[in-house]
Design a protein around this ligand. Structure first.
Ligand code: NAP
Length: 246
């Protein structure tokens, strides 16, 4: 077995910037080999170079999560490079065009958001599953958001923690949470643990850098769920404060 194959192999989607980049940096700091999933060649290579300069064993993975052929090619690349995948962090997402109030939203906006934030996760997960099944301790982390929590959206104090009214982005994370649970049910009894994570309100492109947390802080919960022990939880939703209600 080569040195590479003894290392934990991870793939982070949307790893060229924001929270995804910091997840890649954090997993790389553990000595893991980290695939930087990104759709734009220039942004991908810049991120890989930055990570390598920081000592991370990073490699570029061309990946547009909305494209079947791209997901298949990404799995092929990892197959040829390492023969298996241990950790998949489904981080890539979009907010989508505004407005998103349900009375005004363009249905095309909802379709685009769901295509990336939900179907993209299913597409990439299923492309990677044969590689994940070869790991003895596979972990899947789906980057969700507390704005997808129906409990939070319907709570009496919802204005405090439910985010803006948005018929595209917020329900896409609710949908993602529901899909996460269905994967958990199907994969019960395998070595694969799958959980959803919320990074908190993080200053990134996604929110015009209005977030109050740093991308490093936002990455912490994903790194924790990517490194769960064998008897760790599966089918749960976490942020830094603990379990988030669905
Ligand atoms: P970000 O800075 O906008 O980064 C999003 C990443 O996703 C970028 O790398 C982007 O690539 C990539 N991406 C978008 N569409 C893609 C596609 N079709 N194929 C491949 N990559 C694609 O956002 P972020 O704040 O770091 O968000 C990371 C995750 O955390 C998301 O799932 C988000 O919903 C979640 N989250 C964020 C916050 C927050 O406050 N920031 C709060 C809750 C949850 P390009 O550079 O090519 O666009």
């Amino acid at each position: 077995m080569s040195e590479l194959n003894e290392r934990t192999i991870a793939l982070v989607t949307g790893a060229n910037k924001g929270i995804g980049y910091q997840i890649a940096a954090g997993l790389g700091a553990l000595g893991w080999s980290v695939g930087v999933g990104a759709r734009d060649a220039g942004r991908r290579e810049t991120a890989v170079e930055r990570l390598r300069a920081a000592g991370v064993d990073a490699f570029g993975v061309p990946l547009d999560v909305t494209d079947d052929a791209s997901a298949t090619a990404a799995a092929q690349l990892i197959e040829e490079r390492s023969g298996r995948l241990d950790v998949l962090v489904n981080n890539a997402a979009i907010v989508g065009a505004m407005p998103q109030e349900p009375t005004r939203v363009d249905p095309a906006t909802i379709r685009a958001v769901v295509e990336t934030n939900v179907i993209g996760v299913i597409r990439v997960t299923n492309a990677m599953l044969p590689l994940l099944r070869r790991s003895t301790a596979a972990r899947i982390v789906n980057m969700s958001s507390t704005v997808g929590s129906l409990t939070r959206q319907s709570a009496p104090d919802r204005e405090l923690n439910a985010g803006p009214v948005a018929a595209g982005y917020s329900p896409s994370k609710t949908f993602l949470n529901a899909v996460t649970l269905q994967y958990t049910r199907e994969l019960t009894g395998t070595d694969i643990l799958i959980n959803a994570a919320c990074p908190g309100y993080v200053a990134t492109d996604l929110n015009g850098f209005r977030g109050t947390r740093t991308p490093e802080q936002g990455a912490a919960i994903a790194i924790k769920l990517a490194t769960l022990p064998t008897d760790g939880p599966t089918g749960h939703f976490f942020d830094d404060a603990g379990e988030v209600p669905w």
